[in-house]
Design a protein around this ligand. Structure first.
Ligand code: COA
Length: 435
């Protein structure tokens, strides 16, 4: 069948949905935005349809409480839209390490419909999955029906995300802009943290940045480095800036020399323009890119991620506030473990020493320490204490690799906010982790 015979209207696409269907969509900007925007229109006709997603960019109507009987959501990584919808009671988190998210899900459930975005078709009959192949191709191969939203605004990218028309059942022609994740402006704490991490980064190192405000800000501290490489899960605007400045050129990489390797790109319009038809960017299968054994083949690999709360033994809760899911493990453990497998590799968890949080009784915001004797009840351990390496706050760096718990308590208290240090030490004694 040729291209034009696969093009359908949104109404026809929605007719394909049946009760009890399992629908999977792409990560972040790769989600099938047009289809999902209209999905609630079949609510009266269907029940028990599950939509599995990862870091959805939009607050779609089908997520609303009124459509609860028709739709259930399974999320690999929460975003503001899922955090908001969670209270409706028809959404559940899928615990995962990102490199195994797709493969493990397929072990549990078969997708009936895959829907996601792509670039326009080239003269050979291929679209590019454009911003992500974290799990998307794997799901496309397993799905009964593949619906692709072909969009001229989406960048054409290279790696392992080409899809031939033969692999597509239906096409929706769309024209929306690529969803963006704006850069957060850097503050004084970011600058202090960035400088400390930059002191560990040597010319020629290979870097990974995670999601969140701090890792992106660290990019600004690396502008004087040379010949950096990139092997990362998420290609960020910060990494793009370093490439545009010539700081990142991949010339010293021991794996995929000269290429910036990632599984998805999420950021500004400038980032999407940068990845468009750019042979220096390789978007490969997340199962490969984020495999710690593959990451470890990059000599001098440096991973830089962030966390919400860390206990005095080094357990990092990076995805929940107590038992309330905030985001996901994503590739935090994949990239931290991978970096430590690499020759001369290092992994950094960077966090502010404190957070301003709402007191549930008074409603006022108050400053709390993010370094705590014990994680909040229900907190998910995203990076285990066995895998934590360097921890950085605006007050310093705690090197934890190979240390015992007594040493960890001392080093982590030294980088806590001064006003909490004495109390932390007393609490550590009370719970018996120091004598
Ligand atoms: N207790 C309670 N609330 C806390 C907290 C704590 N210890 N620490 C932070 N918070 C609150 C903040 O106040 C903020 O609330 P607000 O939105 O009301 O202001 C919110 O949590 C988010 O904190 P912030 O530091 O701004 O988050 P971020 O956007 O920089 O993201 C992570 C940080 C950890 C959530 C994010 O990096 C993540 O999801 N990491 C796991 C995945 C990962 O690292 N993947 C790596 C490869 S991409």
């Amino acid at each position: 069948m040729d291209y034009s015979s696969k093009v359908i209207t949104i109404e026809k696409a929605l007719e394909l949905v049946k009760s009890n269907d399992q629908i999977v969509t792409g990560l972040g900007a790769a989600e099938g935005k047009e289809f999902l925007k209209h999905l609630h229109q079949v609510a009266e006709r269907v029940s028990n349809v599950t939509v599995t997603n990862c870091l959805p960019m939009s607050d779609f109507p089908f997520m609303k409480e009124e459509y609860k009987a028709s739709f259930f959501i399974d999320g690999w990584f929460y975003s503001p839209a899922l955090r908001k919808a969670h209270k409706n009671g028809n959404i559940s988190f899928i615990p995962n390490h990102l490199h195994l998210a797709g493969a493990k899900r397929l072990f549990h459930v078969k997708p009936n419909i895959y829907v996601g975005s792509a670039s326009k078709v080239d003269k050979h009959g291929f679209v590019s999955l454009s911003t992500s192949n974290t799990y998307e191709k794997r799901m496309i191969e397993a799905a009964d029906i593949v619906i692709i939203e072909v969009n001229p605004n989406f960048p054409v990218t290279y790696g392992d995300l080409e899809l031939h028309l033969d692999q597509i059942d239906y096409i929706l022609e769309v024209d929306y802009p690529v969803p963006v994740l704006p850069d957060a402006p850097s503050n004084e704490k970011d600058i202090l943290i960035g400088k400390q991490i930059a002191a560990f980064v040597q010319d020629g190192d290979c870097i990974q940045f995670g999601i969140g405000g701090i890792p992106n800000a660290v990019a600004n501290a690396l502008v004087d480095k040379k010949d950096l490489g990139v092997h990362t899960e998420m290609l960020t605007s910060g990494l793009m800036k370093l490439a545009k400045l010539g700081v990142v050129n991949g010339s010293k990489k021991t794996l995929h020399r000269g290429k910036m390797v990632c599984t998805f790109a999420l950021g500004t319009d400038e980032l999407y323009d940068f990845i468009d038809q750019n042979p220096s960017v390789l978007i490969l299968d997340g199962n490969y890119v984020n495999d710690p054994a593959i990451i470890g083949q990059n000599d001098n690999q440096i991973s830089i991620n962030t966390t919400l709360e860390i206990d005095l033994t080094g357990q990092c809760c990076s995805e929940s506030i107590g038992s309330v899911q905030f985001s996901g493990t994503g590739g935090q453990a994949d990239t931290a473990i991978g970096a430590q497998k690499a020759k001369n590799g290092k992994s950094f968890i960077a966090l502010y020493s404190t957070a301003m949080v709402k007191n549930s009784e008074t409603g006022e915001r108050e400053e709390i320490s993010k370094i705590v004797p014990q994680l909040k009840p229900g907190a998910a351990v995203s990076l285990s204490r066995n895998d934590v390496d360097y921890v950085v706050t605006e007050y310093g760096v705690a090197a934890l690799r190979g240390t015992n718990i007594r040493e960890r308590v001392e080093r982590l208290i030294q980088i806590a906010h001064p006003k909490f240090r004495e109390e932390l030490y007393q609490q550590a004694k009370e719970i018996g982790i120091v004598g």
